[in-house]
Design a protein around this ligand. Sequence first.
Ligand SMILES: *Cc1c(COP(=O)(O)O)cnc(C)c1O
Length: 401
Amino acid sequence: MKNKKSPYSLHLATKAIHGMDINPRTGSVSLPIHQTSTYRFTKTEEAIKFAEGDESVYAYSRYHNPTTDDVQQSLALLMDAEDAVLCASGMSAITTTILTLVKSGQEILSTPSLYGGTYRFFRDELPKLGITVRYFDPQDLPGLKKMINEQTALIFAETPTNPSLEIVNLKKLVSNVHNAEEKFSRNIFIMIDNTFATIINQQPFNFGADIVVESTSKYIGGHSDLIGGVVAARKVITNRIRQAAKSYGGSIDPFVSYLLHRSLKTFPLRVEKQNENALALAKYFETHPRVKRVLYPGLKSHPNHTAAKKQMRHYGGMVTIEIKGGAERATRVVDNLQIALNAMSLGGVETLVSIPVYSSHINMTDAELDLHGVTPGMIRISVGIEDINDLKEDFDRALRV
Ligand SMILES: *Cc1c(COP(=O)(O)O)cnc(C)c1O
């Protein structure tokens, strides 16, 4: 077609549905699943080409798969990135990226509030490899600048954080890191776990982040039926990650790639509804006598609302409330919900709740809970796309028991 518009110039909702120009050969409207582990070479010459590193030759699905390749392109387009790599899980995306970019003797500076899996990887696995992790105060970014030294290789941040939904000012984070870089005349990678906000609500690349990772098990997948992860960055970075990923082996299954592609089409629509429901529910909780505190970045009462407003298009689908009466009362509320389900994950079409002290933050000392901003009466809510009136009624009933 002549003068075809670049897909990059389209809006998010259109990109999500049409992606890149896939399947030019067959014209298939939906994405075919190449459920194969290996590919025949038509001639030995092809096998040799593959062995010599020719990326256009398919050989084995841990290295390459056409279904996965197409979904990676669609994700890169949606994330406004040069390239995206899909992995078998969010954790696989995080660990593969870090093990590719950080080496023994170097260190990572991170926000203290982290997804449990990431926290344990930092605490239990990286030290064995001689990689140190130190934690910075997300509300003191000049302090982060002071912590950077010769060994600092990567800055890792989650925003909003789990479960207190604290916001890290991305613009300030990047400028402080860049200032320090000048001093050491060296590149420090800035990696953002964007799982909670999603690329629909927050675009870390616009603020100068180098690497964006999202667990696709959450909002991108959106139906609580798959595990996957994506890392997006410039090609100079993803080429290295893609190469290492072949050895680390956390490649995504083609069927999961297909499910993700199907999910992508409704991704902006789902997140829009989740944003809307979450804001309505947060406002409702603010007026509820049994709720002590509501944490939602979209509320004026949120301590980081100003920073959230600057960097988020909308405020996401996660709401955390604190109930009067501690963990005992929180348990009673959760056990009396009839629509919202008590489950660990988040980002699906169904509303899920969890009590952090009994799930993500179980067995933590009081000091650790304090550091992560967690209290016993907290309930974390991943707001789904149900009718808002049914959700309000469900919480109202459970809160009154
Ligand atoms: C779930 C999650 C991960 C890990 O993703 P998996 O797909 O479960 O491996 C990482 N970061 C955040 C913020 C998450 O919520």
